[in-house]
Design a protein around this ligand. Structure first.
Ligand SMILES: [Cu+2]
Length: 289
């Protein structure tokens, strides 16, 4: 079927893809525009987050910088309206989605909506919205790419309102479930196979202090795939201080990433301190009785 006969049949299809060479520009399609705005909003959100992280903790995380660059670059690529633009942003958007859902701070916030130490419920709401924006950017890119390489209408597809309602429903549902979730930070001592256990999130111990019996070891579990490097000592006023407390078992650059580590045994009663060299303020007090 030629373009000519198709146009005669339906003159209203004025947003049809009509040119095919590599750098020919397409009139903007609805899906392309949705993907453009989602990437732009995600990129600007990432930029804001990167600036906030730099102000509050000294440097942005590598993941948020990549997310920002991918978002803004994808918006720029879509703005060229080249036919292949949504094809490229489908790949970039897919990578971005992968990063968002494997980033330890994001995973921790989704698992612990309220008690995540990096900002609690407000952070959770932000994470849910950024995730939704990333899904819309990816989905819009796929749809726009398919429409650009298929003969026919490039107007809004019939499933678009349902798809957007689904994403909106997921966002509202996630925020509602997060809001009613009952959680409290662990304060007592929990045990794994009889060994006292403390969990670690993306950038902190999930409890500031633990009490264990004399002669016991301590298991440290990394709940998400964040790298922690543990040593004797503590952060004081933003500065890591290594200490050699008498009777403390040596903890010397113990690396944990998504698994667990065992330290001890603690053979003498007393109060000991370990900290993470990677994360500012990540301290644990160990009281041995
Ligand atoms: Cu750490």
């Amino acid at each position: 079927m030629s373009m000519e006969t198709k146009k005669e049949k339906d003159p209203a299809m004025n947003v049809e893809a009509t040119q095919t060479h590599l750098f020919s520009r397409q009139p903007p399609s609805v899906l392309g525009r949705i993907a453009f705005w989602a990437f732009l909003v995600g990129g600007l959100g990432g930029l804001g987050g990167a600036i906030a992280l730099t102000i509050f903790s000294g440097s942005p995380s590598q993941d948020i910088v990549i997310t920002t660059v991918v978002g803004l670059a994808s918006a720029g690529i879509l703005a060229t309206r080249f036919r292949w633009a949504p094809l490229v942003t489908t790949l970039l958007g897919g990578y971005n989605l992968y990063l968002v859902f494997t980033e330890p701070y994001v995973v921790e916030s989704l698992v612990h909506p309220k008690t995540d130490p990096q900002g609690g419920f407000g952070h959770f709401v932000g994470v849910v919205i950024i995730s939704a924006v990333a899904i819309i950017a990816f989905g819009g890119s796929i749809g726009a790419a398919v429409q650009n390489y298929r003969q026919g209408s490039r107007q809004a597809p019939r499933w678009l309102p349902s798809a957007l309602s689904l994403v909106a429903g997921l966002v509202i549902g996630a925020i509602f479930i997060g809001a009613i979730a009952q959680e409290s930070l662990a304060t007592g001592t929990t045990y794994t196979n009889g060994v006292p256990t403390v969990h670690m999130g993306a950038g902190s111990f999930l409890q500031p202090s633990v009490t264990i019996p004399k002669g016991s070891k301590l298991t440290l579990v990394d709940d998400v795939a964040a790298l922690h490097i543990l040593a004797n000592g503590s952060w004081q006023n933003g500065v890591p201080k290594t200490t050699n407390e008498p009777d403390a078992p040596r903890v010397n650059n113990v690396q944990v990433k998504g698994g667990s580590a065992e330290i001890g045994p603690f053979s003498a009663a007393g109060t000991y301190h370990i900290y993470c060299e990677v994360h500012q303020g990540m301290n644990l007090e160990i009281i041995v009785q």
